[in-house]
Design a protein around this ligand. Sequence first.
Ligand SMILES: [Zn+2]
Length: 408
Amino acid sequence: MLIYEYKLDGNQRQYAAIDEAIRVVQFIRNKCLRKWMDGRGVSRNDLQCYCSVLAREYSFAARLNSQARQASADRAWAAISRFYENCKQKKSGKKGYPRFQHDNRSVEYKTTGWKLEPDGKHLTFTDGCGIGTLRLVGNKKQAVATFPVKQIKRIRMVKRADGYYCQFAVEAHRRVEHAPTDQARGIDVGLKSYYTDSDGNIVNHPRYYRKAEQRLKRLHRRLSRKQKHSSNRKKARKQVAKAYLKVQRQREDFARKQANALVTSSDFLAYEDLKIRNMVRNRHLSKSISDASWGTFLRWVKYYGAMHDIPVIAVPPQFTSQDCSGCGTRVKKSLSVRTHICPTCGLVLDRDENAAVNILHAGLCILVLMAFAGTLGHRETSSDEENASGQSTSTRRSPRRKASKQAG
Ligand SMILES: [Zn+2]
């Protein structure tokens, strides 16, 4: 899937209509969740059927396109099945019992309820929401209209701090002729560096957040001084949101560029399959970790890996930083010990580089095993049906970038 993103240009009435559609999505999602909570053995199919019941019961729900209604029910189901999955795996701690949503910012259409105008620069919504025709503003180099309409599988409108955006999910493979480099790399994403590879190359953190922190602090202070419910407060809040949006875009951009460069210069990549969400819960590390945005980076690595058709292997994280990459001896060390010194073979290496070499070795082992099992080609990346910007059926509102750049 490729994602093309445009900013939407319309008038206040149209924006209000989009807001309304977004509210209806949330309404349906929450109604479905309520139904699941109240009943027993409610299935995904039950929720899909429930959509039409809701449409009959509530006229405002009926105005939203029927596939968009079903997509809303799917969001509820996504939350429910995530919860089931966590329970099944006996995950420790919170299982993520589904919650009602109050901050939805997007609405998703599938193949009906919209029409791309022949000029390729306007999009018309044809359901009862009354959104009408919007102008698509985007990079000239990206043209979603060049794809056959039947390849456009999904349209998602997202509200952000600086306006309304529209993402087209296009079913297409973008293959890039990969120039062989003879390089196999393990990468260790870390706190100290953005990543360290098994050759000892280090890419440092951009630390956008830290740089922007002063500004964000000031904006937050200003916000807290404003009177509640005043229009000045609204304005100040918008400024804060915009500042965050900027940081997120910078991060995403950095991650994408680094990932592209890495994939272009390698024939094989292995990375550590970190449970990022768990780590971010660690309060002392969280700011640096979020700032590092590993998740984004690794997603882009997988995305470009698929595009270049090179193996990108996720390695389980056990002991990658403890074991000696030279002889395999386990050398226990705390996070503050930055150098690996092996008492057995005498290897002295930067901690992260040692880990990266271990990751590379583990990745190559997995590759060999996969080749034996005949599963080569069904790599971990193929499980990501979604695109690199992390878009999924979930309703999390992580800001997404301009697709022109994503596709590039
Ligand atoms: Zn050793």
